[in-house]
Write a protein that binds this ligand. Structure first.
Ligand SMILES: *[C@@H]1O[C@H](CO)[C@@H](O)[C@H](O)[C@H]1NC(C)=O
Ligand SMILES: *[C@@H]1O[C@H](CO)[C@@H](O)[C@H](O)[C@H]1NC(C)=O
Length: 332
């Protein structure tokens, strides 16, 4: 006889539940079976926040073009007054959305970056990288790396007290996948004037051909159900590749050897209701095995992307933990 443990239930405020259902439905309605995305429809519901030069809640923002031909731009968040606090770390942030959805000026991500900027304090640079399926792998990684090169060559786009020798890469979901691969590229090639001291990996989006226990257990989870992630990986990967590609199955047999690389110290956030948690734990194990410093923080009652919902106390807690990590790693 097999004894079955009942599946724990995700308990959320009504507001959060409603928002999650709407977001999940939106990603379903706009993804077409022929592999394209209905951008026109998506635009109506992806609320944007403009940049604000005037300080709002202790943060001012400006948008800077990196490459007009590929429409690559960044939003720079500066804590105000910026001169009062001595040198500030720089956090390069990559938003989530399966490489397909959202942008640096999406309402939720603008709000999150303001929090990181104000509460750390740090200069935050949010990257508006190109999206799939219009621009597939490795465009996103190229854009991420090119933004770092751009900052190294044009430090004057940042406030004077921004210190690129205290640089952090950060991202959630697909953005954390992106942050990882940019960290590997920079560790390999080096970048004059920039030193990566930390990687903030919030519920990174990794995967593989195998279906893990957590994927099967939470296969109908909001946002990152198996059917959604399968579609998104297909839209991202080169034709003919499967999910055991090194960009996806980062800790698998096709992965990079990190052991000799100067990979930054990592903070990894995992949620107990996230189907991706098994892949995320494997990622941590792999970093450790490769001799890297990793701190894993678990949120047993949280789901994928919880921290973009400011009504949850866990969202605020995460911002504090990121602050602590940045403070500690900046001192080393
Ligand atoms: C995919 O479907 C949409 C809507 O039916 C259509 O407008 C578009 O041209 C199709 N694209 C391709 C590449 O088949
Ligand atoms: C993908 O990942 C799983 C788990 O880490 C591993 O067992 C499998 O061999 C991987 N596949 C490849 C091609 O690396």
């Amino acid at each position: 006889m097999t004894s079955q443990t009942p599946k724990p239930k995700l308990v959320l405020p009504l507001k959060t539940r409603a928002a999650l259902s709407v977001l999940s439905a939106l990603t379903d309605f706009t993804r077409r079976s022929n592999g394209t995305v209905n951008r026109g429809f998506l635009k109506i519901l992806d609320f944007k926040s403009p940049s604000k030069a005037k300080s709002v809640n202790g943060v001012s923002t400006k948008d800077v073009t990196v490459d007009k031909y590929r429409k690559l731009w960044i939003r720079v968040y500066t804590p105000t007054p910026s001169s009062a606090d001595g040198v500030l770390p720089v956090v390069i942030f990559f938003h989530g959305g399966g490489f397909t959805f959202l942008s640096a000026d999406s309402f939720a991500y603008d709000a999150v970056c303001r929090q990181f900027c104000h509460r750390t304090p740090a200069v935050v640079v949010s990257v508006n990288y190109r999206l799939t399926p219009e621009h597939r792998f490795p465009c996103q990684y190229d854009d991420g790396e090119d933004v770092l090169k751009f900052l190294a060559e044009n430090p004057s786009v940042l406030p004077e007290n921004a210190d690129l020798k205290k640089c952090f890469l950060a991202g959630d979901s697909a953005g954390a996948n992106l942050a990882h691969h940019v960290a590997v590229r920079v560790a390999k090639s080096g970048l004059r004037g920039v030193r990566l001291v930390g990687l903030i990996s919030i519920q990174p989006w990794f995967g593989g051909e195998e279906r893990t226990d957590s994927e099967l257990k939470y296969k109908d989870a909001p946002l990152v159900s198996i059917s959604r992630t399968d579609w998104l990986w297909k839209a991202f990967l080169p034709e003919g590749s499967d999910r055991d590609h090194w960009a996806v199955n980062v800790s698998g047999a096709n992965s990079e050897d990190l052991s000799g690389l100067d990979y930054p110290s990592a903070l990894v956030i995992v949620g107990g209701f996230d189907p991706l948690q098994d892949w995320q734990r494997r990622y941590c194990e792999w970093l450790k095995k490769s001799g890297k410093k990793v701190q894993l923080i678990e949120y047993p009652t949280m789901f994928h992307a919880f921290y973009i919902f400011p009504e949850l106390p866990e969202s605020s807690r995460l911002v504090s933990q990121v602050k602590d990590f940045i403070t500690t790693e900046s001192l080393i």
